[in-house]
Design a protein around this ligand. Sequence first.
Ligand code: PXL
Length: 285
Amino acid sequence: MHQPKVLVIQDISASCRISLNVAVPVLSCLNNGVSVLPTALLSTHTGIGFTDFTYLNLTSEIKKILHHWKTLGLKFDGLLIGYLGSIEQIELVRYIIREFLTDDALSVLDPVLGDHGFLYPGFDDDYVNQMRILCRDVSVVIPNMTEMSLLLDESYHPGPYTEADIKAQLRKLTALNQGTVVLTGVRYDDEKIGAASYRYQTDGYAYAAGPYYPGHFDGTGDLFSSVIAGFLFQKKPLALATKTAVDYVGRVIVRTLESDNDLKYGVQFETDLPYLIQQLYQDRE
Ligand code: PXL
């Protein structure tokens, strides 16, 4: 059985179920051979609930790793890019896209910038601009509504939205990468929330939604992009990837709310991993 060789680039937030801590298990469950390039080692994430987190920037180590990988002739069939810490790291990612991907590789970017209308700590307009430039170099971009408005330099609204507005935004962003965008956190009413996907080449639009649970759930964006990437690396259809990611994240939120977990440490994603595997192999039943 052919297994795609994939690379994940994002931080390790040591004590939290976000970033690499969730991307690796999800991609592995989905039958991808995973290599990692950690951008930073933090004690926790930098979002709501934590202030005195530690942050070890790994840029200089990444350069040494890439130098070694070059001598090995390593190439990847898939690339998933999550939280990056600096403009220098964005530039390194552009170098990786040029030098370390096979000819028909699929690159997936979660342009992690902010949430609920706000930039995450440490990011500024220059950083947003560089992320916008990075969007041009990847096959698939997976922003949330905040990141979409930052990338398009438009004002943020918490929703609900109209389908016409969302389609217009999707068209504008896909014009950047001439590829695919999957937009998360899309609400057309007060009951449901989901993801809208758009393909530049085919003008193809799709929407998948599940029940809306108000609140903030750290790590759900990272989980969502890992599921989308995992399915697309397996050459599964975008519609199946999007529907599965929406359903899975919904299940994970319910699990987390039913548990006594402290929400700031991320979500209980492990229990429902078998659901992902079941969806991946559903056509074999
Ligand atoms: O989940 C996105 C994310 C990833 N990594 C770090 C973060 C955040 C969001 O706050 O702080 C370090």
